[in-house]
Design a protein around this ligand. Structure first.
Ligand code: NOJ
Length: 553
């Protein structure tokens, strides 16, 4: 792989770190995180090895959906700072070699957005067609209601202008109508505005809803994604769209752009994420192995974004009812841990019972899976959730910097967890001093991930490891190979791998000291501790000095 090319296509082995400015660090002591606080912590993120920050929405908002309900796309929520603070933050992130992307939430606005206020004034409003209105909508399909705890329809009657409006999410989030060219132009302006201020791209919220739920239906909804992507490439080569597209693989490939990669640059791999949880619950490699074997190849410069947890519920919507129940039973048996009938409002370490060995194995798996890892702030220190908070806010607790919290000198915006996951037990300062901590483990994994571009760039093959609990795969690129194995169960096991092409080669352990030899018939025995993990680089056996001199004669 040419280095110039790999750095042009930087997203293919980036380390993406998602955070909410509001809950990361309070720089002015009012209890709310802000851009000044975030800027103070950039060196921490650079030290961790993060190469790209994904900022959750930071725009003015009534905050009824944690900022995913926007009232002005061209400004900063005053609680989080000013545009000046934003630019200073961008400058600092770039100085430390980090790119920044932000949420692009244009499927809908807040109902308090001036556009919607104007649109709902009357059927003759000049902005009427900026939203989706109907006299008599089709009857609701209840399975399409995204937040069934609060909504029972996708349509809301507007008494003033006597029509229904479409809201794919909460009723206070009316859907924008991208069938209207004026709306598409405005979205393009939003992209251009933030790119001019230095963003390298966007995490696009709710992509299928954005292009499908419009009126009249677009002849080719994907054309709009192509237009967005072409615009961005014109303005700034190397900018990306990271799509939230939670649909089956067979539909998903279309969002990359039919083989050309000219729509969304990266898509979250929701399918293998859900299958990973099923594999963890069963302590069996098969669900994840099958998913990765079935997964379509993205176009040349496209990539999968891999994650285990994000800022939302852990959605298990693509599992069968029985499979979902297995994951609930294993990792979130109580009703208040579950949400929307399809997910869990918990963070990973609590789900894994605080078992550090297992938590470390799960993240080793994440960083080794073929794709670009995306982590949610606080995962690197093993933060837990606070179930006292409402709904999905349970996992969006303030970042735990030190024993006393360290997020803010004032009362924080949201309560920190208590008990085993409280800041006095889980915090950055302590883990920096502890070489065996999860934070140090993340640093090692990130370093190795970046040093092994085969993982993200190579051709991957899921291996049969000779034991049902072992997930093993190899990644090959340009004649170099990395072999990885994870023991999903809590007893020690011996895996046995067949590695065609590596006959007689040596495997060097990249996480601990040690080597293994591949036999002449390409087999290797691999002992794995309970929840053990190994990353191994293959290399031809060293030539003995006397043989070397013979060869050089
Ligand atoms: C997806 C976001 O991830 C979620 O947090 C939000 O509530 C919905 N989109 C609506 O914007």
């Amino acid at each position: 792989m040419r280095l110039t090319y790999t750095s042009d296509v930087w997203w293919k082995n980036a380390v993406v770190y998602c955070l909410d400015v509001e809950t990361f660090k309070d720089g002015n002591g009012d209890g709310v995180g802000d851009f000044r606080g975030l800027t103070q912590q950039i060196d921490y993120l650079a030290g961790l090895g993060v190469t790209c920050l994904w900022l959750m929405p930071f725009f003015p908002t009534p905050n009824r959906d944690d900022g995913y309900d926007i009232t002005d796309f061209y400004s900063i929520d005053p609680r989080l700072g000013t545009l000046g603070d934003f630019v200073e933050f961008m400058r600092t992130a770039h100085d430390r070699g980090m790119r920044v992307i932000a949420d692009l939430v244009v499927n809908h606005t807040s109902d308090q957005h001036p556009w919607f206020k104007e649109s709902r004034k009357s059927k003759n409003s000049p902005l009427r067609d900026w939203y989706v209105w109907s006299d008599k909508p089709e009857p609701d399909d209840p399975s399409k209601v995204v937040f069934p705890d609060k909504e029972n329809s996708l349509w809301e009657w507007d008494n003033r202008s006597k029509q229904y409006y479409l809201h794919s999410f909460y009723k206070h989030q009316p859907d924008l109508n991208v069938a209207n060219p004026e709306v598409r132009d405005e979205i393009t302006r939003i992209l251009g505005f933030w790119m001019e201020l230095g963003l390298s791209g966007f995490r696009v919220d709710a992509v299928p809803f954005l292009i499908e739920n419009v009126d009249p239906k677009l002849p080719d909804p994907h054309e709009f994604l192509q237009d967005m992507r072409a615009f961005m490439t014109r303005r700034k080569g190397g900018s990306i769209l990271l799509g939230e597209v939670n649909v089956p693989y067979s539909e998903l490939v279309r969002y990359f752009g039919d083989g050309l990669g000219d729509q969304v640059t990266m898509c979250f791999d929701f399918i293998s994420m859900q299958k990973t949880w099923l594999s963890l619950a069963r302590q069996e490699a098969a669900p994840l192995a099958d998913a990765l074997r079935e997964r379509p190849k993205p176009p040349k410069d496209g990539q999968w974004a891999m994650f285990l947890r994000n800022h939302d519920e852990l959605t298990l919507d693509k599992l069968t009812d029985e499979e979902r129940q297995e994951v609930f039973d294993a990792f979130g048996p109580h009703k208040d841990m579950q949400i929307f009938g399809r997910g869990l409002r918990r963070r990973l370490p609590t789900m894994l019972g605080g078992d550090l060995r297992r938590v470390k194995m799960a993240y080793s798996l994440l960083f080794s899976l073929p794709g670009t890892p995306v982590i949610f702030y606080g995962e690197e220190i093993g933060m837990g959730e606070n179930l006292e908070e409402e709904g999905r806010l349970a996992v969006r607790v303030p970042m735990q910097w030190s024993e006393d919290g360290g997020f803010s000198p004032a009362d924080p915006v949201r309560e920190m967890p208590e008990g085993a996951f409280a800041p006095d037990r889980v915090n950055v300062a302590d883990q920096k001093r502890d070489t065996a901590s999860l934070l140090r483990w993340f640093q090692l994994l990130i370093e190795r991930y970046r040093e092994c571009p085969e993982l993200a760039w190579g051709t991957y093959t899921v291996l049969d490891a000779g034991h049902h609990a072992v997930f093993a795969h190899r990644c090959d690129a340009d004649g170099a190979t990395v072999v990885v194995a994870h023991n999903l169960c809590d007893t020690a096991v011996d895996a046995e791998l067949e590695l065609p092409g590596l006959e007689g080669q040596q495997l060097t352990d990249l996480l601990v000291d040690g080597t293994l030899d591949v036999s002449a018939d390409a087999r290797v025995k691999l002992p794995l501790e309970p929840h053990g993990c190994r990353w191994l680089r293959a290399s031809p056996p060293e030539v003995a000095p006397e043989d070397a001199s013979v060869m050089s004669q």
